[in-house]
Design a binder for this molecule. Structure first.
Ligand code: NAD
Ligand code: GLY
Length: 365
């Protein structure tokens, strides 16, 4: 088992990574303030892993309740959130009850937000079961739901007590979801870790073939990068750089997701095409070479991710990008690359350059 720490003073917590961790309930029980948990999962994940988790906790005399949510980003909303509050109240859960999120990022974000707000905040454990959630969403304490007018617009920072990433759960993951998670793995290499980027390039075949050792290594190095960034800027308040760098490709990507309608492209797919746009814009600013941009395209393509964006029209892209949470005082802030492994936040990009970069990376209309 690999272990990392997210160092946040009294809110510090471990990330445990390994195969078969779901069958080791002591890892969880030792961190519960009282022997009562509410497992939040969904209709896809419950038949795969819920019994395994429940059995172990039952054997340790933990009182287990569960709530099984409908699956999908479309359900990451107030209505589904209310199902979690209903279950917490129906089971007389108190401030010592621990919410356990068992599932991908959608379940993790919603369960975390329920934990952040129920009785003004109760303990919370993340058991992520997708690659994306194991390398990104389960770490760092961003929780929330979507609003019809914007993704993740309602939420709270609420750190978990523990992140338990059982790599065995990834064996049931659909290949498209594995690729989507790989976009976030590649992101860490691009923004701050060139040796990791080179390692991913050398091991992309093993990763795509779900080689357990390669996946564990990728998850550990991704989480180590995320933990460092979060420890330095927990609430994304840094004026330059900081946690916002984790959003490389995301401003363009959110425009793709919103422009096509949520659910058409997976988040990681949109991030891949969005990162190519950010790289192309960085090249136009003289910060990346054409060879660097080609290298990024080649790696995403090897991870079976799109490298060309949909033809939404440049005006529409820019309009949708204006709704991004990184917009401050009406000013668009982008994450760009000053070199491979070196991301920056940048608020001074001209509209013409942004248009040209989008045009160069989109399907012809
Ligand atoms: P997801 O939670 O929708 O999971 C993808 C699909 O895989 C779902 O159908 C899910 O039920 C299924 N699934 C989960 N585990 C499985 C398994 N082991 N085997 C088979 N199927 C499985 O999507 P995701 O990519 O995990 O997360 C995306 C969400 O995460 C988005 O809502 C995004 O906004 C959020 N996110 C949050 C953060 C953060 O910091 N909080 C960071 C990145 C993304
Ligand atoms: N996924 C971006 C962040 O956690 O800040």
């Amino acid at each position: 088992m690999r272990e990392l720490t997210v160092a946040l003073g009294e809110r510090s917590y471990p990330i445990l990574i390994g195969s078969g961790l779901l069958a080791k309930p002591d890892l969880i029980v030792s961190r519960l303030p009282s022997p009562q948990v509410m497992i939040v999962t969904n209709t896809t994940v419950a038949p795969l892993f819920l019994d395994r988790l429940k059995q172990g906790l039952d054997q340790r005399a933990v009182k287990v309740a569960e709530v099984i949510l409908p699956d999908g980003e479309a359900h990451k909303n107030q209505e589904t959130l209310a199902l979690i509050y209903d279950a917490l109240l129906a089971n007389r859960c108190d401030r010592t009850t621990t919410v356990i999120a068992l599932g991908g990022g959608v379940v993790g974000d919603m369960a975390g937000y329920a934990a952040a707000t129920y009785q003004r905040g109760i303990p919370f454990i993340q058991i992520p079961t997708t690659l994306l959630s194991q390398v990104d969403s389960s770490v760092g304490g961003k929780t929330g739901i979507n609003h019809p007018r914007g993704k993740n617009m309602i939420g709270a920072f609420w750190q978990p007590q523990l992140v338990l990433a059982d790599t065995e759960t990834l064996t049931t993951l659909p290949p498209r979801e594995l690729s989507a998670g790989m976009a976030e793995v590649i992101k860490y290499g691009l923004i701050r870790d060139l040796p990791f980027l080179e390692w991913i390039e050398a091991n992309i075949g093993r990763l795509m073939a779900c080689d357990a050792e390669a996946l564990s290594e990728a998850i550990e190095r991704s989480c180590a990068n995320k933990a460092e960034v979060v420890a330095g800027d927990e609430r994304e308040t840094a004026k330059v750089g900081g946690r916002a760098l984790l959003n490389l490709g995301h401003t363009f990507g959110h425009a793709i997701e919103a422009g096509l309608g949520y659910g058409q492209w997976l988040h990681g797919e949109a991030v891949a095409a969005g990162t190519v746009m950010a790289a192309e814009l960085s090249r136009r600013l003289g910060w990346l070479s054409q060879a660097d941009v080609d290298r990024i395209r080649t790696l995403f393509a090897a991870a079976k991710l799109p490298v060309v964006g949909p033809a939404l029209g440049t005006e529409k892209y820019l309009d949708l990008m204006g709704h991004d949470k990184k917009v401050l005082a009406g000013k668009l802030r982008l994450v760009l690359l000053k070199g491979l492994g070196k991301a920056v936040t940048w608020g001074d990009t001209g509209k013409d350059d942004i248009f040209a970069a989008i045009d160069a990376c989109c399907k012809a209309a």
